[in-house]
Design a protein around this ligand. Structure first.
Ligand code: PMP
Length: 360
């Protein structure tokens, strides 16, 4: 649809398409990389309490309590943390703040597809850097000849949808390749076994690390994301945010987020449970003939040499199991499967075994 009422750019946008959030209950939902475990009971208690007092008032525009909790968690100062309504919003502000430079932004060809959407929204040219044949990122591919300007670099680590993690030494090399541009490392999945670049912030003024509470802290429904970097980068994000929405986090989100960081034991235990299930899931998929990429995330990326991935996804859905399939060159024979509880993983494997047997 288009209309004369639209600003010209609106008709040219290619919006992001989120994974299905089904209205039917009882599905085994392994398609959007949510945590299969609920948030800490302390989060629920804090939200309940926050709901009983002060909802008639605006929230703290700086989300100070949560910024302090996050800074303390990562051994950073409060002015090194920026909060947003989900990491998608944090990413959007970062693209606006740092990458509208009139030259191309470097991104892997296979990565979180929202990055290209932000480029479209803000008129940023995306230069897609192909991953190697094994879908690994090769840092040398991000080097550019002198005089060839780039707007910056954005990667997800671990990458999505592959799950493959990049060692810290490679991140450092990326930072050194483009010292005058922001290198954004999206660590949405890092708590499931990846190496975080947060430890590099003090040494690299061009590093911005983005995290979310949607995955490892089981709070996809609350919408909290954050960026960590040196104060000059955080200040730029604050300028953009305060030109857009003064109150991106509501009172319930701030209270719940603080409580999530207070319950480190629960966090560690649920992350470990997901990682344990992941290893079992990989073995079970391999037993069914799938080739599975090594994963440091809460999902696996798997392909069957003898069966079309789109067909498998449809057959699984008919059996009440949702997984994600991307109709995209190079990865259209893969399924991205979120790691569920052991019972959900068993249901997936059982359904897949049935589907494969019927297909012969
Ligand atoms: N980055 C990556 C790599 C993701 O997969 C996602 C989840 N779709 C996000 C960021 C956004 O997460 P959220 O907005 O829930 O924080």
């Amino acid at each position: 649809m288009t209309s004369n009422f639209y600003s010209p750019v609106v008709g040219r946008l290619t919006p992001y398409v989120p994974g299905e959030q089904p209205k039917i209950s009882n599905l085994v939902k392994l398609n959007t990389n949510e945590n299969p475990y609920p948030p800490s009971p302390r989060v629920i208690a804090a939200i309940t309490q926050a709901a009983q007092q002060g909802l008639q008032l605006y929230p703290d525009p700086e989300s100070t309590a949560l910024r302090q909790a996050i800074a303390a968690q990562h051994g950073l100062a409060e002015q090194h943390v920026f909060l947003g309504n989900g990491s998608d919003e944090v990413l959007a502000h970062a693209f606006f703040a740092f990458f509208q430079q009139g030259c191309p932004l470097l991104l892997p060809d296979i990565s979180y597809s929202f990055y290209k959407v932000y480029c479209g929204l803000y008129g940023i040219e995306a230069q897609l850097v192909p991953l190697a044949d094994d879908l690994r990122l090769q840092v040398a591919d991000y080097a550019r000849a002198d005089g060839q300007r780039v707007a910056g670099v954005v990667i997800a680590n671990p990458n999505a949808p592959t799950g493959i993690g990049l060692p810290l030494a490679d991140i450092e090399q990326l930072l050194q390749l483009h010292p005058h541009r922001v290198v954004l490392v999206d660590e949405a999945y890092v708590d499931f076994g990846g190496q975080s670049a947060l430890t590099l912030i003090a040494r690299y003024p061009n590093l911005l690390v983005v995290h979310t509470l949607s995955k490892s802290r089981s709070l996809a429904g609350l919408r909290i994301g954050y960026a960590c970097g040196q104060a000059h980068l955080i200040d730029a994000l604050e300028r953009v945010k305060n030109s857009f929405n003064s109150y991106p986090l509501d009172r319930l989100a701030i209270a719940g987020g603080v409580a999530a960081f207070e319950d480190q034991a629960y966090f560690a235990q649920t992350c470990q449970a997901v990682m344990n299930s992941r290893e079992g899931l990989i073995l079970a998929l391999e037993d069914l003939g799938f080739a599975v990429l090594p994963s440091q995330a809460n999902f696996v990326f798997a392909r069957h040499p003898a069966h079309d991935a789109a067909g498998l996804a449809t057959d699984l859905r008919a059996r009440g199991v949702l997984v994600r399939h991307f109709k995209q060159a190079r990865i259209d024979q893969y399924l991205r499967i979120s790691v569920g509880t052991p019972a959900q993983c068993d249901q997936l494997i059982q359904a897949l075994a049935d589907v494969l047997q019927l297909r012969g």
